[in-house]
Design a protein around this ligand. Structure first.
Ligand code: HEC
Ligand code: HEC
Ligand code: HEC
Ligand code: HEC
Length: 143
């Protein structure tokens, strides 16, 4: 019985390791200029503009966990960051899932802060600009 348990444990560990090592991001945050998640499928809107490093510098956000949060027992754990996970690892497309659905999670986080700070875009077209629209230029700081 003990043997069997150990074998099972090692098996589970091996599977977890494969999953973790294959999900190591190919790009670092410096490379992010827009957001897209396969969970949305084809998607209805062009990917949202988000130049990760420049945005956070301009907006003067120092703590990674303002966005990359960790919750335990329903509470935000202040000192921990989930920067190695994707939003969709915890927020999915299903209604009634314990966490708010993915699109709402993004909109609440992004628009929520922009509204609170009275800075940053809050209209659809500013975040999801059509190709060549002015929103894209503004995001690249070309003004
Ligand atoms: C502050 C930026 C921001 C604003 C404003 C905003 N969105 Fe989004 N939206 C996002 C982000 C970030 C995502 C997730 C990444 C992606 O799919 O672009 C998203 C995802 C979506 C998605 C799911 C993905 C897809 O393309 O199907 C839809 C639909 C959407 N937004 C529609 C809208 C509409 C309609 C408005 C205006 C009422 C709007 N958004 C305003 C940032 C924004
Ligand atoms: C304003 C919100 C915000 C802040 C602040 C922020 N990030 Fe992110 N970061 C994001 C979003 C959104 C993504 C894309 C998540 C996804 O695709 O699921 C991301 C992605 C990442 C990724 C994954 C890259 C990849 O391609 O998989 C890393 C690593 C990361 N951020 C690190 C950091 C670190 C380190 C900090 C603090 C210095 C930080 N982030 C601060 C919003 C933020
Ligand atoms: C490790 C799991 C995990 C990751 C990764 C994660 N979240 Fe969450 N998030 C949660 C949990 C759990 C809650 C609490 C339940 C809820 O309110 O949906 C939460 C709450 C939220 C809230 C509500 C915050 C508030 O002040 O009430 C927003 C908005 C949100 N997440 C957006 C995001 C976005 C956008 C990302 C990616 C940058 C992300 N989350 C990544 C687990 C996660
Ligand atoms: C904690 C607050 C906060 C959060 C969270 C946040 N933003 Fe912002 N954002 C700002 C502020 C402040 C500005 C205005 C910066 C300036 O121009 O001074 C801004 C500006 C922007 C701009 C204008 C161009 C730029 O890069 O300055 C875009 C686009 C943008 N945000 C997209 C997003 C998206 C998409 C998300 C969610 C993934 C997000 N923001 C989350 C605070 C935030």
């Amino acid at each position: 019985m003990k043997r069997l348990r150990t074998g099972l444990f090692l098996g589970v560990t091996a599977v977890a390791w494969v999953v973790v090592s294959s999900s190591i991001p190919a790009y670092s945050q410096e490379d992010i200029t827009s957001l897209k998640d396969e969970a949305f499928g084809k998607g209805q809107r062009p990917p949202a503009v988000f130049v990760h490093e420049a945005h956070n510098e301009k907006a003067e956000i120092e703590d990674c966990n303002v966005c990359h949060h960790v919750y335990r027992n329903g509470k935000n754990v202040e000192d921990e960051s989930s920067e190695d996970s994707r939003c969709s690892d915890c927020h999915n497309m299903k209604k009634g899932y314990p966490t708010r659905p993915l699109m709402k999670a993004y909109h609440d986080l992004c628009k929520g802060c922009h509204k609170a700070k009275k800075a940053g875009p809050i209209t659809c077209g500013e975040c999801h600009p059509r190709k060549g629209a002015s929103g894209a230029h503004e995001a690249e700081g070309e003004h």
